[in-house]
Design a protein around this ligand. Structure first.
Ligand code: 5AD
Length: 462
């Protein structure tokens, strides 16, 4: 997870990330703008790599782009509305460049398909998450002659994008997608419909990407998958994959997101606990603390089972940091159900959480069979209450770190000033400290914590 802002419930799924593609004389220039989760950021890097290989160029700004691709999220209605808003803004670039090709990629493309061009007729391409190999051809077709919008939303249960090199942004920390799609079919969730069936990327491909990352100076890798710990490829499971990755010299930290509770095996807990390189931070979405709600969500675990898992994880890794996702206002959620979620939050004391109001998504079981019956004002009140609770817990958790020393991987200047640098602790806490002569990105420094906010530690190098 790249951000912690509780105040912005879309933080997990609504971030914007922009990426140029590459450089060559006379080639078409593409600009990719990314919304949504880390997997989308990784998919934009993948699209960048595919386009680069086919001779497309980087656009460093929207103004100079021949092609703009917006990579989108569909997990909540708000994410889609935001993209429609953005598309209408992008129309201005068509006024200055009538040949501009505007594409919508990703989960919203897959979800709404042709409806996107009905509502935004100036969109030229709609590309689903399994169609990126065909992106260069789709663009070429639109560039060569103006015709009807190209819509390619075919899902392909074998597509793992093996053998392609993502065009990664430089840095010390990189993503590797190890699994695509999802087979869980939680009743609220659109992901299985827009990303198709679960499939693991072959370990050979993952390991070769990880070695390339290490060779080009990356120190940290985050493995991505919708339910990353259900990863399987032939005889290898997720713990086996981690075991192979920790052997790679140069990679100092390995993270992964997001694990699914029922796929957290004792073997995985043991593997995590045994390797210092595997960071002691887990994002473990629980969604609700109420047994009947979990059942209607078809999460596949009970509250008791989730609590037991947390207990086992903490017994094996006492310093592990935990975060979660919660949905309030799911169909039929009573005040009592909601209070059970509040109780779970007080008992589990997550370091931070991503908290959402239920948003009905067409095509899901819940949208077909369960009435979206919690009034908006109730949803809003519950969200506010749970945010306040998490804020107070986070403040306590972060405060308890004052006076302690943590190993931080220096990432670069802080957002506010070059005089301060930032980086994360092993357990994923953003930490700010004064810059010291000679410090380089990727260096490990010991930082003594002197102050904090509810989401950031502040200290100095010791
Ligand atoms: N409404 C609200 N939140 C949702 N999420 C997934 N689907 C929905 C929905 N229909 C949340 C879940 C998930 C996170 C990525 O987004 O909490 O873990």
């Amino acid at each position: 997870m790249s951000q912690h802002e509780l105040k912005n419930p879309e933080a997990n799924q609504g971030g914007v990330n922009s990426m140029p593609v590459s450089n060559k004389q006379g080639a078409k220039r593409v600009f990719i703008e990314t919304y949504g989760c880390q997997m989308n950021v990784a998919d934009s890097e993948l699209m960048g790599g595919i386009l680069k290989k086919e001779g497309f160029d980087a656009a460093t700004s929207m103004e100079e782009a021949d092609v703009i691709v917006v990579n989108t999220c569909a997990v909540r209605e708000k994410a889609e509305e935001r993209v429609f808003g953005r598309l209408s803004q992008l129309l201005q670039y068509k006024q200055t460049n009538p040949n501009l090709v505007l594409g919508v990629a990703g989960c919203m493309a897959e979800h709404l398909k042709g409806q996107i061009v009905e509502r935004a007729p100036y969109v030229d391409m709609v590309i689903g998450p399994d169609a990126y190999r065909r992106l260069p051809d789709l663009i070429q077709g639109q560039v060569e002659e103006a015709h009807d919008p190209a819509i390619d939303v075919r899902l392909d249960k074998r597509e793992t994008y093996e053998g392609l090199s993502p065009d990664r942004q430089e840095g010390i920390s990189g993503w590797i997608t190890v699994q695509r799609g999802c087979d869980k079919f939680c009743t609220f969730c659109i992901v299985p419909f827009v990303r198709g069936r679960e499939r693991g990327v072959p370990p050979r491909d993952i390991l070769s990407q990880a070695r390339d990352l290490a060779a080009s100076g990356f120190r940290e890798v985050t493995l991505l998958g919708q339910t990353v710990n259900s990863y399987r490829y032939e005889d290898s499971d997720f713990a086996d994959l981690l075991e192979a990755l920790v052997q790679i010299d140069g990679l100092e930290r390995i993270r992964f997101t997001s694990p699914y509770p029922i796929d957290f095996t004792p073997k995985l807990i043991e593997t995590m606990a045994r390797h210092d390189k595997i960071c002691k931070y887990l994002h473990l979405p629980v969604q609700s603390g109420s047994e009947p709600v979990l059942k209607r969500m078809r999460r596949g675990y009970t509250r008791v089972e989730y609590d037991k898992l947390v207990k086992d994880i903490r017994a094996a890794m006492p310093d592990v940091a935990l975060s979660t996702d919660i949905i309030v206002g799911f169909p039929g959620e009573t005040e009592e159900d909601f209070q059970l979620t509040m109780e779970l939050m007080r008992e589990t004391r997550f370091d931070f959480s991503y908290l959402f109001k239920y948003s009905e998504r067409s095509g899901t079981f819940a949208s077909r069979k369960l009435a979206d019956d919690i009034p908006e004002d109730v949803k809003r009140r519950r969200l506010k209450e749970i945010i306040e609770l998490q804020e107070s817990i986070s403040a306590e958790v972060f405060n308890s770190r004052i006076g302690k020393v943590y190993k931080v991987m220096a990432q670069g200047p802080s957002k506010k000033t070059d005089a301060d640098w930032c980086g994360r602790t092993d357990d994923f806490k953003m930490t700010i400290f004064p810059y010291q002569e000679g410090l380089r990105e990727g260096d490990m420094v010991n930082v003594k914590i002197t102050r904090c906010t509810s989401h950031t530690l502040i200290g100095e190098i010791v």
